[in-house]
Design a protein around this ligand. Structure first.
Ligand code: GLY
Length: 326
């Protein structure tokens, strides 16, 4: 497979969807606008919610973005797995009542296999257990053998974050190969927690509105909301161990090592600390550049917590505090 840098991959994605009639929009701020349900923008679709619900008219019914995001739900996994980070760039193509399943699935496949050149035999789609339509597209249109298409329940294949637009989704997993199957073999399966099979793309068939209390109603229009973590895509394309080995993040990681006077791969404990500091410094920088300041509440508290966690990892590394205290 050809090597692409992270910045090249971002451009390839936006160019591809521009060629499919999408308007390329800049990333929105990390600070949500008119949305009390979120402290921080956590997905490509979050700043676009009014276009999904029909509350506002989008500049075009097809839009593509690379959105800066913060997610802290998996904070404890950061630095320990190959794929978790609190800051990431989310590539997305969106349809506001325009195209739906039969266009979005082939485009996702074409981008991964023909534009990027990922080996199709290493890709495994999953669908929501009741979504016969998406299953049939993978089987009959994309000609993926049935034993390579996985059916999962709501926990894996129904996308929602807080209130607002949501729906069943189809995900695409990439098999990174046996060499990345660390830990429990039971985790290194499609949909498992291990690092061998990595979810790279999530195509959400956004057709419901969640009122925030678990009540769902039909949206006025059927939409497409996709999310592909740029760093994860780069992990697959660059065939590297983790997001911290991707070309751009590696430069930050090396700077952290240089400042700390610690070699990467000198010990697993030091490596976790270096990855945590790299990730949290990145998140803090983007949050501060979007006007967030450390404080005792709300998004300011998220920032303060990340800075404190990074500082504690530094102190743990120096032996002045136990990492357990962080
Ligand atoms: N909105 C789809 C995703 O973030 O995965």
């Amino acid at each position: 497979m050809k090597y692409y840098g992270l910045n090249e991959l971002r451009k390839m994605f936006l160019d591809y969807f521009e060629s499919k009639g999408h308007l390329v929009m800049n990333s929105f701020s990390l600070v949500p606008h008119n949305d009390n349900s979120l402290l921080l923008i956590n997905s490509g679709m979050a700043p676009l919610k009014p276009y999904f619900t029909g509350q506002e008219v989008p500049p075009r019914t097809r839009v593509t973005t690379c959105q800066k995001c913060i997610r802290t739900g998996d904070l404890e996994n950061v630095g320990k797995t190959a794929r978790h980070g609190t800051f990431f760039e989310m590539l997305g193509n969106f349809s506001f009542g325009d195209y739906f399943k039969k266009e979005s699935i082939p485009w996702a496949w074409e981008f991964l296999t023909e534009v990027i050149g990922l080996d199709p035999d290493r890709l495994y789609p999953s669908v929501y257990v009741d979504d016969d339509e998406a299953y049939a597209i993978w089987r009959d249109v994309m000609h993926i053998p049935e034993d390579r298409i996985f059916k999962f329940g709501k926990e894996d294949n129904f996308w929602e974050h807080g209130s607002g637009p949501c729906g069943p989704c189809t995900e695409i997993y990439y098999d990174r190969g046996e060499k990345y199957a660390k830990g429990d073999p039971a985790d290194n399966v499609v949909g498992g927690d291990g690092d061998r099979y990595m979810e790279v793309w999530n195509v959400v068939f956004s057709q419901f509105d969640n009122d925030g209390h678990g009540h769902y109603s039909d949206l006025a229009q059927k939409n497409i909301d996709t999310g592909m973590g740029l760093e994860r895509l780069a992990v697959a394309v660059q065939d590297v161990d983790s997001i911290f080995d991707v070309d751009t993040l590696q430069a930050l990681r090396n700077k952290v090592c240089e400042i700390a006077g610690v070699e990467y791969h000198s010990s697993e404990k030091a490596d976790v600390a270096i990855r945590v500091i790299t990730d949290h410094a990145r998140s803090a920088t983007f949050m501060i550049s979007d006007g967030i300041m450390p404080s005792n509440e709300g998004r300011g508290y998220v920032l303060r917590r990340l800075i404190r966690r990074a500082v504690r990892r530094r102190d743990a590394q120096r032996g002045t505090v136990s990492p357990a205290q962080s």
